[in-house]
Design a protein around this ligand. Structure first.
Ligand code: ADP
Length: 266
């Protein structure tokens, strides 16, 4: 007969293989479900503005509609078309990230100059709403990151901070050196995010207040994109509500983690 030790080893191997295959097919099944859910959400999110646009266009073109109502309907149509446009843009961003395997091209970037370029884009909107935009970043602070993609992260976070902060209040962008890298925070003086929803807000299409998000042109994708980009850098992002109200968004980047693709996304 054959040596039984070998048989045992072989059957152990076969068992391992069977378990790996089982695990893989579970993973595939889960991914398929996630994809289906995602597509269903996308379809829903696209359909909503289209429904508004169609409904208000019908109303606006009804005979006997007075000029003031027609103006109001047109504004709604404009807003919804703008939202639809942002939504499609963000979906393309997400698709591009996935196609590139969340790859980032890293270089040493001065955080204060990155902030400057972002401030020149969001500055006018802050001025218009009379929200003060402050920056506390040491001049010599650099980080290994993908400047273009990180600019988008800061744009999204500052955009949210502005949306949620009342006129006369302040939003602060801050960056500090840590032992292993940098920590970047965006702090606002808005209503904050309920404790139970502080991780959910990073999910695609998740919104704390649907109707409010709709009015402000929100898509529910901004923070999902932020998380994708930060995780592609090997970093983490989290939300907290300050004791006195207001949100703190914290990004932590540590050297040695930002090596491109990030397989560990949940
Ligand atoms: P949206 O396009 O709706 O802003 P996001 O993905 O950017 O989508 O944010 C998800 C949700 O998280 C928002 O709808 C809002 O409810 C909440 N949120 C995001 N940023 C803030 C903030 N700075 N303060 C309070 N709530 C916030």
């Amino acid at each position: 007969g054959r040596p039984s030790g070998l048989d045992t080893a072989r059957s152990d191997e076969l068992g391992d293989l069977a378990r790996s295959i089982g695990q893989l097919s579970n993973d595939l099944e889960r991914m398929r479900n996630e994809r289906n859910e995602f597509l269903a959400s996308v379809a829903h999110e696209l359909r909503t503005p289209i429904t508004y646009i169609k409904g208000y266009a019908d109303l606006a073109s009804k005979t006997g509609t007075d000029e003031q109502s027609r103006k109001k309907y047109n504004e709604i149509i404009q807003d919804e078309a703008g939202r639809l446009n942002r939504l499609v843009g963000q979906l393309l961003d997400l698709a591009r990230s996935e196609r590139q395997g969340f790859a980032v091209s890293l270089s040493s970037v001065s955080l204060s100059s990155l902030a400057e370029s972002v401030f020149s884009l969001v500055g006018p909107a802050f001025q218009e709403k009379e929200v003060q935009l402050s920056c506390r970043i040491p001049d010599d602070l650099t980080a290994e990151l993908d400047a273009g993609r990180f600019q988008q992260v800061l744009l999204n976070l500052l955009d949210n901070a502005l949306k949620h902060t009342p006129s006369g209040k302040e939003v602060t962008l801050e960056a500090v050196r840590t032992k292993k890298g940098v920590r970047i925070t965006v702090t606002d003086e808005g209503e904050g995010i309920p404790v139970g929803e502080q991780s959910a807000v990073f999910e695609r299409f998740y919104r704390v207040d649907k109707s409010r998000s709709r009015k402000s042109g929100g898509t529910g994708l901004g923070l999902a994109i932020v998380r994708d980009i930060v995780e592609a850098h090997g970093g983490t992002v989290s939300a907290e509500t300050r004791p006195g109200g207001g949100t703190v968004m914290t990004i932590t980047l540590e050297r040695g983690n930002g090596d491109g693709a990030n397989p560990a996304r949940g």
